[in-house]
Design a protein around this ligand. Structure first.
Ligand code: NAI
Ligand code: MG
Length: 321
């Protein structure tokens, strides 16, 4: 039986994930859905944000639907989502940003780079080690090339090789792999790429980059489609897969029933496509489109519908098509 782990996490995860979960239940009542409770809320209650048993539970799932977790900027607190990405070796973070006239897939390296977790705070100096390995780079660029092959066949390599030696290394491996695969490619400094994506989004197909740059460029690119409430992501490894909105736990709007559940719904659609139900994925996308066209919109995109009102409209549209 297909087993789906449902992780609400913190903040608006408790609001947007139930909507996405219900959409999955509606399309696939036969799946086995089970909750896994991790995050800051769990830490406040138990002193542990994510136990080994939680990681083990996630590993029993065919796919994980994940909301977002709060990571307080405290010295000793380890980010739960980073721990999960590493533990499940979810090395490819795929973040599609698309609308009329453009269709970009950001492929972010997800296990190393600036988020390798090798850091130290001393009395007068803090250091973070940026690790870019050959294996890590080869597998992420190969994943990006595979994606490009299923799309328009064009790869852009985002880096900062003018300053960082680790990015000279990253860029050169990416170029060698692109040449090997015979894929069309170009490369750009990540800061200039950030602006150019906003000015000429139609020029991009697949963008591959290191961990922190992918994090930043995907939040920036979400501007093109109406903000963070709309962009989903897939975290894929060779064995496990986790699907989550690009946004975080949004404490500023949590508990108010105003969060946009579209990113979570689209993450559920990506989950279905990943486990083989492309049609279900398309049904979720088209139900979202129907509801938006009918003028029901959440506040972040200019409407006044609440999370539940929007979610119920999507569930109704899903039931009708
Ligand atoms: P955020 O993505 O939570 O929020 C940024 C802004 O976007 C806020 O103004 C928020 O209200 C808005 N926003 C986000 N999602 C929205 C939605 N669905 N509908 C409407 N508006 C939305 O990022 P922020 O504020 O930097 O981080 C908040 C917390 O989330 C932090 O503790 C951070 O560590 C965590 N975080 C967790 C992530 C994860 O679990 N994968 C990813 C990003 C942040
Ligand atoms: Mg981010």
């Amino acid at each position: 039986m297909t087993r789906i782990a449902i992780v609400e996490g913190d903040g608006i995860g408790h609001e947007v994930i139930p909507v996405a979960h219900q959409a999955l239940e509606l399309l696939h009542p036969e799946y086995d859905y089970f909750p896994v409770d991790v995050g800051y809320g769990r830490w406040e209650q138990t002193g542990c944000p994510c136990a080994d048993a939680d990681i083990a539970a996630l590993k029993t799932a065919d796919a994980v639907l994940f909301g977002a977790v709060t990571t307080p900027p405290m010295r000793d607190y380890q980010s739960v989502v980073l721990r999960i990405r590493k533990a499940l070796d979810l090395y490819a973070n795929l973040r599609p940003v698309k609308s009329d006239g453009f269709d970009i897939l950001i492929v972010r390296e997800n296990t190393e780079g600036m988020y390798s977790g090798i850091e130290e705070i001393g009395p007068d100096r803090a250091t973070t080690l940026r690790v870019v390995s050959r294996t890590g780079t080869e597998r992420i660029v190969r994943a990006a090339i595979r994606c490009a092959g299923q799309r328009r066949g064009k790869l852009t390599i985002g880096h900062k090789a003018n300053v960082l030696k680790s990015d000279v290394f990253f860029r050169d491996i990416c170029i060698a792999e692109a040449q090997n695969a015979g894929v069309e490619y170009n490369d750009k400094y990540i800061d200039a790429l950030g602006l150019d994506i906003l000015q000429h989004p139609g020029a991009y197909d697949v963008v591959v980059t290191t961990n922190i740059f992918g994090d930043i460029i995907s939040d920036v690119s979400s501007y093109l489609v109406g903000g963070l409430g709309l962009v989903p992501s897939a975290n894929i490894g060779d064995r496990y897969a986790l699907f989550e909105p690009v946004h975080g736990s949004a404490p500023d709007i949590a508990g108010k029933n105003i969060a946009n559940p579209i990113a979570a719904l689209r993450s559920a659609a990506m989950l279905l496509a990943h486990i083989g139900d492309q049609e279900g994925a398309e049904r979720i996308e088209s139900a979202i489109g129907t509801v938006i066209s009918s003028g029901i919109l959440t506040r972040d995109i200019g409407g006044s519908a609440g999370t539940w009102e929007f979610g119920e409209a999507v569930l109704k549209a899903l039931g009708n098509c």
